[in-house]
Structure formats: C-alpha cells, structure tokens
Design a binder for this molecule. Structure first.
Ligand SMILES: Nc1ncnc2c1ncn2[C@@H]1O[C@H](COP(=O)(O)OP(=O)(O)O)[C@@H](O)[C@H]1O
Ligand SMILES: [Mg+2]
Length: 346
C-alpha cells in the first residue's frame, strides 16, 4: 500500500461503518433498531423519528448515517446550535426530499421557537413561517422524513420533544473487547498489523469511546509511518502514549488532577463532584461527563450516598504520580458507602 492511499483514508469519516451489522457493540440498541428498520421496510413506510443519546464519540452520527444507508436515502446533517432563527430550520426542512434522513445534532440546544416549528414538521409534515409583511404565517408542506436526533444531554430535552420520538436509544461506553474490535477494523482498513498487547494498550486508554480509540490508533500510525513499518506492536504503543500525555491507565492531566484533589484536599472523600470541580479548577460538566465515568468504570473512585470517594486502586495510582502521597484514613473513607443522608451526591 502506498503512502498516498493511506493518507487519503486515514480521516475519521472513512472509519464510519455503513451497515448496522458492521457497527461494533451496542447489542441491544442494534437489535431494536434492526427490528424497526425491517418492520418499516416491510410496511413500505418510513422509519419513525428516533433519538440517540450518549457521550461524545460513541457513534451517534455514525448511526444516523447507517439509518440513511440502510434505507437507501439521503442524509442531511445540521447542528442545533447553528440554527439562529426558526427560518433557518424551515429552509432545511422544506428542501428535504421524500424519505430523507434529517440528522439534528445537539438537539438539546434547539431554541424554543425552532422546537415548535420542528414539532409540527415531525407530526404533520408542515411548517409555518412568518412572512415579511407580518400577516398570517405561511404554512408549507414538507415531504415525509425521518428525524434522527442526537444529544449528550437527554435529561434536559423537554417532554414535548421526547414524546415525539418513536424510540430513544441510549449508547453505553464500550467494553475493552469492543474497542479492540474498533481498532482492529481500522488497522485492517489501513493495512497495519497489530499484536494483542498493542491492541489492549490502546483499548485500555480509550475511555470506553471509539473516537478516542481511533485517535490514539492514528497517533500510533504516525509513529509507525516514521519508523517505516507496517507493524504496530506493544513497544510502539507504549512509547507513543506518554507523548500524548497518557499514563498506563490512559488517564490524562485532568483525571490525575481530580484524583490528586480528592486524595489531598478531601483526604480521600467522600465529597460532592461540585467541590472537587471547583477545587481542581475543572468545569463541572467535564468532571461529570468526561472524568468521573472513566474513573468510576476503572474502579479508581466509588460513588457513595455522600459523594465520591477514592478506592484503594485509585490510591495506588495516585502513588505513581505524586511524590508525597497523603496518608488516607481508610476506616473513615470506606465507612461512608452505606450511610444515607445529605445531598452531596448531586
Ligand atoms: N460501534 C462502532 N463501531 C465502529 N466504529 C465506531 C463505532 N462507534 C463509533 N465509531 C467510530 O468512532 C468515531 C466517532 O463516532 P461518531 O459517530 O462521530 O460519534 P458521536 O456522533 O456520538 O460523537 C467515528 O469514526 C466512528 O466511525
Ligand atoms: Mg456526532
């Protein structure tokens, strides 16, 4: 394989599977989506509107593309924050052709007026727009389409919006096996060989997220390119990861800052995420959506009724990067798991 073919297919878009069966993991989601796709096909009807929610990089955009290609229709992408006025949204809806998939990303950020317009398009395939003269609004028909919404924040979707979807799909973090599958698929596509240890070395640092797995893989491809080899082995991976600021467990600076704050300032906890965020100088959304899910799944912190606490594994990890790790009173820290009470958890 020549360097140019490798270059031309190395960007993210080209790792996107086109068929539902090529999409790795999310077994329950795939089963339900397959059921809906097959049934609508048999009926000769369109797939009902659906919404995907889950952290960034878990495959929401990819699934929207898969729905379009499974149905043999076109995909239109729009991100809600880019819609300033309802008129912007109306324009896109009017331009849709019969059966198109309209992918609306970050749907939680849609403004109220635009949401109203979207509801009537979803339900009656009609949009009403104000005219220049300020007379009665003009009502136009739009072709039947399938709305695919995506959001990282399902909790803040208004009920009116939620109830208009035929199904809401929740995307989970991926297991190490599934991440290995994602990396292997990309390696095969690009013509690289990898050993099991190298695959595991990337998977374990991927935060349960295919996008991260692929990004780390691409940096290993960079290293392989520079070393003029088609083999990505464990030593190449282990030499590349520190250059990206990733330690053995795949933690980044912000994760280590969180752990250090929990260990030093709060003596291991328990303490609410809000306090940790404020003290570590990290915003609360990043703490709750990016850092804590990883630390919880890797067993470095635990959730208690009174907030987060460090685990023994977490403390062992702190010792690897703090020169003078604080002493922890484990009796006190671990004794907090069963108590109920105040609202520190939120
Ligand atoms: N289940 C999966 N199987 C294979 N590749 C995946 C899977 N989920 C995500 N990816 C890949 O990860 C990257 C990020 O996915 P994307 O759909 O953009 O995530 P999101 O829209 O949720 O942020 C893409 O390159 C995509 O191909
Ligand atoms: Mg996306």
């Amino acid at each position: 394989m020549t360097a140019t073919t490798k270059d031309s297919i190395i960007n993210e878009r080209n790792f996107r599977p086109q068929r539902l069966e090529e999409f790795i993991g999310q077994k329950d989601l795939k089963r339900t989506l397959r059921l809906m796709l097959d049934a609508s096909k048999t009926r000769g009807a369109l797939l009902e509107h659906v919404v995907f929610f889950g952290a960034p990089g878990l495959g929401k955009t990819t699934l929207a593309g898969i729905i379009a290609s499974e149905q043999g229709t076109r995909l239109h992408e729009l991100s809600a924050p880019s819609i300033a006025r309802p008129g912007d949204l109306a324009q896109v809806l009017i331009a849709l052709q019969k059966g198109d998939v309209f992918f609306l990303d970050e749907i939680h950020a849609l403004k109220r007026e635009s949401s109203e317009l979207l509801y009537s398009a979803m339900e009656d395939f009609k949009v009403s727009i104000k005219t220049e003269t300020g007379d009665r609004p003009l009502t136009l028909a739009v072709y039947p389409f399938t709305l695919v919404g995506a959001t990282t924040d399902f909790g803040i979707l208004p009920d009116a919006m939620r109830s208009r979807f035929g199904h809401s799909f929740y995307l989970k973090l991926y297991t190490l096996d599934e991440l290995t599958g994602v990396i292997l698929r990309a390696a095969d596509t690009l013509g690289y060989m990898m050993d099991d240890e190298a695959l595991a070395g990337i998977a374990v640092r991927s935060r349960g997220t295919p996008r991260t797995a692929l990004r780390l893989f691409r940096r290993c491809v960079d290293a392989a390119t520079n070393a003029n080899t088609d083999l990505i082995d464990a030593s190449l991976v282990e030499n590349t990861m520190p250059l990206l600021g990733l330690d053995k467990l795949g933690l980044e600076d912000a994760d280590r800052k969180y752990l250090a704050t929990l260990a030093i300032t709060y003596k291991g906890g328990p303490v609410g995420p809000r306090s940790i965020a404020a003290n570590a100088g990290i915003d609360l959304a990043t703490v709750e959506q990016v850092i804590e899910p990883v630390l919880l799944t890797s067993g470095l912190i635990a959730r208690t009724p009174r907030g987060r606490r460090i685990t023994r594994a977490g403390y062992e990890h702190v010792k690897t990067f703090l020169a003078a790790p604080p002493a922890i009173n484990w009796r006190k820290v671990e004794n907090t798991d069963v108590e109920t009470g105040d609202e520190l958890n939120r």
